[in-house]
Structures are given as structure tokens and as C-alpha cells.
Design a protein around this ligand. Sequence first.
Ligand code: SF4
Ligand code: SF4
Length: 370
Amino acid sequence: MEIPTPSTIGLPIGLLAELTHRCPLACPYCSNPVALEGRNTELSTEGWKRVFSEAAKLGILQVHLSGGEPAARRDIVELVQHCASVGLYTNLITSGIGVTEKLISELAEAGLDHIQLSIQDSDAESADKIAGYKGAFAKKKIVAGWIKAAEFPLTVNAVMHRANIARSAAMVELAIELGASRVEIAHTQYYGWALPNRAALMPSRTETETAVAEIDALRKRHHGEIVIDLVIPDYHATYPKACMGGWAKQFINVTPSGKVIPCHASETIPGLEFWNVTEHTLSDIWYSSPAFNAYRGIAWMPEPCRSCDRREIDFGGCRCQAFAILGDANATDPACHRSPHHALMTDIAEVDSNGAIGDYLYRKFPANVA
Ligand code: SF4
Ligand code: SF4
């Protein structure tokens, strides 16, 4: 068997460090797994430092410090300091809740490079309802002011769905008002907590098309002022997204307990064997972990992907979505109009977006785990 090497596999460029699943908010679209990992399972400060040192050695350039809420880790400044010392570019992905002005200035001193702040809606009441946290919107605006005062480049992350899609343009305007240099308007991806909330979150095709047209117009109007990234919902797409830039091709995701997974939703696929940083080096995991090698490249592909001219553009779409919709992670992503099961996906979108918006299943720890 050929031994995988950097020339046959390539090097990862980014590492998403889910430092903790703890979070004061309860977003119903949260990408964390429904079975959250509790505080007592989290890697120690030294454990995370070792991961970051190994990441730098492996050739990784960027570390995204995420969660949950990464500021819930008391050692966040020390971890940023360590990343900077080994030459990693650091991006903090935060809800802003629990973040203080003092922490922002300590992070600046520690060498943090960039901050992404999530905002649930441009309307305060709706934003607080989506986050499941009263006062969240007002606090986030204050935190954005501290971030800009500390001269961090700021990206605003906005996850869009039925409750806020009509305000997609207003979200961009809010990001500009807050001094962001980039805004990510990302439609909900139906994994993690979003899957059981799908009927409450799914926008209609018309709402989606209107939002996409508005964002296109804003891109032209604000060209040179703010970068506007748009992720459209798979359920209304013609082609699937190249999930994570291809399975195990560019990114590594480490869960709070040190499990190393190719993408945040990959644990939903049964039968995959994930390795842990407490038992293997990051390099061993990248080259040899069974989960990373399961869908690498194009050899695993069925038809119609195998002979498709886009097979090295979108890599057959998302394995987790194929499993979630079809119960078969080896199938062509049904988001693709060339999939024999595409109609199933469009039918789900039609039914979900036309039903009543029910109550959210908020993302919360079971009382015995937090
Ligand atoms: S999506 Fe919401 S609940 Fe999930 S980690 Fe982010 S802020 Fe917390
Ligand atoms: S058939 Fe497969 S490779 Fe071709 S566009 Fe669809 S998902 Fe992508």
C-alpha cells in the first residue's frame, strides 16, 4: 500500500480548535454536535498547546479558536500567546457574550490577529430570541466597539434562516456600521442542532432568491468598503458546495476532548474511526487516520460523480448531508441536481418552508453534562 506523503495528500492550511462546547447562547442552528462534550472532558492548557505546536510543525498556517464560546476558557489568552509564539495566524470566533474590554486588550497584547463576531439578526428582539439570551444583541454591539477600538480586523458572522432572511441586507448595513471589513452571510447548514430545527429554520426558495439578489446589489454598492461572503442554502442550490474545500484536503477540526475530525459534522456518519490527539500526533492523524482517508480524493466516488467534470471542484458535495438525507454517506450529495435523489431534497425544502414556524429546540447541555 502506498504510504501517504505531503506530495500525495498535500498539507492542511487551517485548524479549527473547538476549545469548549460551553456557550452562554443557545442558537437553534449551532453546528456543535447534539451530544455536546462536557467541561470535564476538555483538553488541558498543555494539551491544547501541544496541538498548536504540532499544527505549526505540520505546516498549518491559521488557527480558528472557536467553541462553543472560546472565551469561556480561562486560558484563552495563554493559548493565543502560544499560537503566536509558534507562528500561527490566530482568528477568534466569538459570540461576544462573556467577553470584556480587558480581555480584548489582553488578546491584542497576546498577538491575536483577527476576530469574528456572530450576530443573530439586525433586529434586537429577534436576535435575542434566536440566541435564546436576553440582551445579547446590545452586548454584541458594545463588544464590536471594543474590538474596533483595539484595532482588530473584524468579520461579522450572520447565520440566516426563516426568522431573519428578510433582513439580509440590513445585516450587511449593520456590519458596515460596526466597522467590519468582512461580513459572512451564511445560510443555515442543516447539521448539528440545525437538523432537528430544520422545519423552523428553512426559508422558501423565493425568500432565498430575494436575499441573494439583495446581497449581489450590496456587493456592487459597497465594493472596496466591505467584503461580503455569501453561503447559499444547499436545499435551494443546483450544485453542492465543496464542503471544507474537499474531505481532509485543507482543514482539521479538533473537538474539546481532542478528537480529530475532518469537518464539524463528520461524527454523524456511523462507522468512521476518529483518532484523538491524546493518543496520536496531529501529523499521524492527518496522513493515516481512517476517518481522514475514508473520503479523500476521488477513488471512493460513485456515479454520477465518478465521471463528472466537476468532481474535483465540489468533490461530490458533503458526505454528512448525503448521510443525513439518504442514510448513505457514500452517495452523491442530493443537493446536486445531477443526483438521482435531488427531488427528495427540494421536496423537503418545500414542505419545511411552507409549514408553521414551530418552537426552536434550543442548543443546551443536558443538566448532567455541563
Ligand atoms: S452558534 Fe450560538 S450556541 Fe453555538 S457556539 Fe455559536 S453562539 Fe454558541
Ligand atoms: S455529480 Fe457529483 S461531482 Fe458532479 S456536480 Fe454533482 S456532486 Fe459534483
